[in-house]
Design a protein around this ligand. Structure first.
Ligand code: BG6
Length: 482
């Protein structure tokens, strides 16, 4: 039997960003206000806040962000220089439908993405588009409490139909919702579900209501399936993917109690949404979880059929870290993406407390592929770190190169294991605003953006050492990693 020893021909190499974290121009060309436009900056020890009204005493980092809106041509050209053949970006819903509820789309918003996709095509870069990346229209929060209302499904469908029709010849790969499983966690209320009507305060202290949260998530799952079906019926050349924040968990000990707890965490945090999106039905274990937690999902006639019909073509996920779980109450805790966990004595953590675990990526790829057996893509991975410009103008981000190299090495192992891996787009290829803390200081990019947490900076772009390293990696299809 042949063993795949290298990344497949046409492997998608690139980087990933999200509109609200990179574009800025938050109220330009008739763009409406989205949830992140109402979120302030924070830091590792000062949680970011959401305000019900804009407060002139607060700083809202999405308003200017990295100003991709103005710099998109130069930025895409830098991506091309690195050798990208794909770029994962999201469309801001509020550029297309400023409140989410308009009859007609905003032509100025549509034109902006026409220009972005044309620029990508000019450089032979295949766009990979996330339809909704943590940015629901704030007007839908005020009127409907976000995805708690079923009305949002119709608004989202219309948004998808508009995008598909307009960009059918420019975009082939689509992801419905970024990290849809954020809705299985309290943090998801602010980030992805918009179930925060009338709330001002820290995003960590939001009074979570799991009944509301899972109902809202159900609406998103139905909306995602509908988007897939619209594409399949009208645009058969599209490839539709889901997107999961993979939160790999290990049992802290081999106690059967820890093993069971770990299995349950993996089920509800990681597998639940993708079981619906890939297999087309709520998984068996969800029933008990909902019973035990007094959650009653209201479904309408036809919902089950919609879910069944709307299965995705490929599975994508973000992977940054892993955590441990245990029934032990006094085990040492650790930070992490979207939610924390327990410290793993075998791993080091980033400056933000996310435990670095390259082998966990190989493990995760195998778990996903063995469960679903459809093509898999890593659409976010990377190290958020403080970068410093040296006196000679260079940025020596060897820590980032080490992180990425060790993860790509494990991707190679997973490919040898037999995983069908389509591509890799590390997160925040150009520095942008952090989703969890609202900082600029937490940088992921190959390209530095001269912008700081007090809002100052020229917005100039500087290539980091990792830029040249990643260029070599892509050119050699992952062979030259030095
Ligand atoms: C993912 C999100 O969870 O992680 C991105 O899809 C986010 O939007 C990324 O930026 C990194 O997280 P953070 O909090 O460091 O920006």
């Amino acid at each position: 039997m042949d063993m795949q020893n290298k990344f497949q021909d046409g492997f998608l190499w690139g980087g990933a960003t999200a509109a609200n974290q990179i574009e800025g121009a938050w109220n330009v060309d008739k763009k409406g206000v989205s949830v992140p436009d109402m979120c302030t900056s924070g830091s590792i020890d000062r949680p970011k806040r959401i305000t019900e009204k804009l407060d002139t005493n607060e700083f809202y980092p999405s308003h200017e962000a990295s100003d991709f809106y103005t710099h998109y041509k130069d930025d895409i050209s830098l991506m091309a220089e690195m050798g990208y053949n794909t770029y994962r970006l999201s469309i801001a819903w509020t550029r297309i439908f400023p409140t989410g509820m308009e009859e007609e789309p905003n032509e100025l918003g549509l034109v902006f993405y026409d220009k972005v996709f044309d620029e990508c095509r000019k450089h032979n870069i295949e766009p990979l588009v996330t339809i909704s990346h943590y940015e629901m229209p704030y007007a839908l929060v005020e009127k409907y409490n976000g995805w708690e209302s079923r009305e949002c499904i119709g608004f989202f469908e219309k948004y998808c139909e508009t995008l598909f029709e307009r960009y059918q010849s420019k975009v082939k790969y689509w992801l419905t919702f970024n990290e849809i499983n954020a809705g299985t966690l309290p943090f998801g209320n602010v980030l992805s579900l918009g179930t925060v009507k009338g709330y001002t305060g820290s995003i960590q202290d939001f009074p979570d209501n799991p009944q509301v949260r899972y109902q809202a998530l159900h609406h998103q799952l139905v909306a995602s399936a509908k988007a897939v079906t619209i594409a399949r019926n009208k645009y058969p050349h599209f490839k539709m993917g889901n997107m999961i924040c993979f939160l790999t968990s290990y049992p802290l000990t081999c106690s059967p109690n820890d093993m069971l707890l770990c299995q349950q965490e993996m089920q509800m945090k990681n597998w639940f949404c993708s079981d619906v999106q890939v297999r087309g039905a709520y998984p068996y274990y969800a029933k008990r979880y909902f019973n035990d937690n007094d959650i009653n999902i209201h479904m309408e006639d036809g919902d089950l059929e919609i879910l069944k019909a709307g299965c995705v073509d490929f599975y994508t996920f973000s992977y940054y870290m892993s955590n441990c779980v245990s029934v032990e109450k006094d085990a040492e805790t650790q930070g992490g993406n979207l939610t924390g966990g327990l410290k793993n004595p075998y791993l080091q953590a980033s400056d933000w407390g996310w435990q670095i675990d390259p082998k966990g990526l190989r493990y995760t790829l195998n778990e996903i592929y063995s469960r679903y057996n459809i093509p898999v893509m890593i659409v976010e991975n990377g190290l958020g770190a403080y970068d410093k410009i040296e006196e000679d103008g260079t940025i020596k981000d060897t820590y980032r190169i080490d992180y990425l190299r060790s993860h790509i090495e494990q991707m190679k192992e997973a490919v040898k294991d037999g995983v069908n891996l389509m591509g890799y787009t590390p997160w925040g290829c150009i520095d942008l605003v952090s989703a969890s803390t609202g900082e600029m200081a937490k940088r992921y990019g190959f390209i530095f953006v001269d912008k700081y947490d007090d809002g100052t900076g020229t917005l100039g772009r500087v290539k980091k050492d990792s830029f040249y390293w990643y260029q070599r990696v892509i050119k050699s299809n992952g062979e030259d990693m030095q």
